[in-house]
Design a protein around this ligand. Structure first.
Ligand code: ADP
Length: 430
């Protein structure tokens, strides 16, 4: 705190001592005269007190008003000591040095009153005492206001998200027009809402389609029963109605089975224990089983199978179902010509292709063939006992085995369904 003051005192001592020595001052009169008459600028305004062992020799006039007490002698080695002296009035800062002038040992004290410093300090501490609470109040209020402003968009997103009802999934959150974390949070939540809405809509569609599919055979059964109950029926007529009912009940039972399979497949998407399955043998058996039904439709069923085992990791019942769906469809949707079954190893992938010369699928419909309940021709599919769930089941089975399924088709020329699996080199996939 006194750093500047002390260096001033050192500087003044450096001018006063040479002044005294050069004028050989060592008595009260000499000092009074020399200091009073001095026109040296470095001496003006400098407060000094000169003492010797017997007491005070000289003191600047102004110091009397400060009532500075008689100061002690300086260090005996002639160095300058600086201390603060509290007298009767304001405290003073004093630099003291012993000097010998014309054989007399004197102590020169150069003095700086601390009145101004003390006043400034007390004013300063008063300001601090007043200003610190005000500054604290201002910064706290400003901090609160700024944080409220910064959090306002998040609060708005929270309120909007809270207001979204399950029946109102099309609503989206308003993203602030900035490119910051808050805007990205709103966009991410909106993307999540879109995914949830998509899932929700597909469940809605699936439920509606399933109800519709089940209603049709039930309506047929009820109509058949009601019509036959209107009057007496012969045994043959009743037998015909019963056959119709059995046909529709079978259709419903197949449909329900497929729906259950799809639901089960959805539930166990992960962690299925898989074992190596030899596809050569499985497809050879299927070929033998289906040759007759293809032949009954006048179709030629051919198989291009390798002579050796070709294994993939899988569940044999599910894989059998997959190939049965593809072969069954190929036979169902082919009027004349052939159905070919081919199995080959392509680098590390096992490829199964089912090609037919059937009615084909329109190019625009190809992205939908694996959708649940999708059928190019509902009447035809239903007549063949289908409900549009076969290919979705097939695609689900392929996915669960980590494979891919694709279709190439040309209307009127035929279709090829291709399934690719990794050749077996382990015992479990998830
Ligand atoms: P389904 O055969 O029971 O109707 P799928 O899911 O197996 O149901 O097939 C969906 C639709 O895809 C069928 O209705 C049919 O229109 C079309 N489709 C499937 N396989 C073939 C094929 N090999 N040739 C022509 N169309 C096919």
């Amino acid at each position: 705190m006194y750093h500047g003051l002390d260096s001033d005192l050192g500087y003044e001592m450096g001018t006063v001592v040479p002044f005294i020595q050069s004028h050989s001052l060592n008595s009260r009169d000499q000092f009074t005269r020399a200091f009073a008459n001095s026109s040296e600028s470095s001496m003006i305004g400098v407060f000094v007190q000169i003492t010797d062992d017997s007491g005070m020799i000289y003191e600047s006039d102004l110091l009397r008003t400060h009532r500075v007490p008689l100061l002690q002698g300086g260090p005996s080695d002639g160095s300058v000591s600086i201390t603060t002296v509290h007298g009767h009035g304001w405290p003073v800062r004093v630099a003291s040095q012993r000097v010998i002038v014309s054989g007399t040992e004197l102590t020169v004290h150069v003095i700086e009153p601390l009145r101004d410093v003390m006043r400034s300090l007390s004013e300063y501490s008063l300001y601090l005492t007043l200003l610190i609470p005000i500054a604290l109040l201002i910064t706290t209020t400003a901090g609160y206001w700024i944080s409220r402003r910064a959090l306002a968009p998040i609060e708005q997103i929270r309120r909007e998200a809270e207001a979204i009802e399950p029946t109102d999934l099309a609503t989206r959150l308003r993203a602030p027009p900035t490119d910051d974390e808050v805007a990205r949070l709103a966009q991410t939540l909106n993307a999540m809402l879109s995914r949830i809405e998509g899932g929700f809509r597909s469940i809605e569609r699936f439920t509606a389609d399933a109800s519709h599919e089940l209603r049709a055979p039930l309506a047929l059964i009820m109509t058949a029963c009601e019509v036959s109950l209107r009057r007496e029926r012969s045994r043959e007529e009743l037998a015909e109605v019963l056959r119709k009912i059995v046909r529709e009940a079978r259709h419903m039972s197949r449909l329900i089975e497929n729906l259950l399979d799809l639901a089960r497949g959805d539930a166990r998407q992960r962690h299925t224990e898989l074992a190596p399955v030899d596809l050569t043998e499985m497809l050879r058996d299927l070929f033998a089983e289906l040759t007759a039904s293809a032949g009954a439709k006048g179709l030629v069923l051919t198989a291009d199978l390798p002579d050796r085992e070709m294994r993939v990791l899988g569940e044999s019942t599910e894989l059998r179902r997959l190939f049965l769906i593809l072969l069954d469809n190929a036979i169902k949707y082919t009027v004349s010509g052939s159905v070919q079954l081919a199995l080959s190893l392509n680098e590390l992938e096992v490829k199964v292709a089912v090609t037919d010369t059937g009615i084909g699928i329109e190019e625009s419909a190809l992205p939908h063939v694996f959708d649940r309940f999708w059928r190019a021709d509902k009447v035809r599919s239903r007549a063949e006992g289908g409900a549009g769930l076969g290919l979705s089941l097939a695609s689900q089975i392929v996915q669960r085995h980590g494979g891919t399924i694709s279709v190439q088709s040309e209307i009127g020329k035929g279709s090829t369904f291709t399934v690719l699996f990794q050749a077996a080199n382990g015992s479990q996939i998830s």
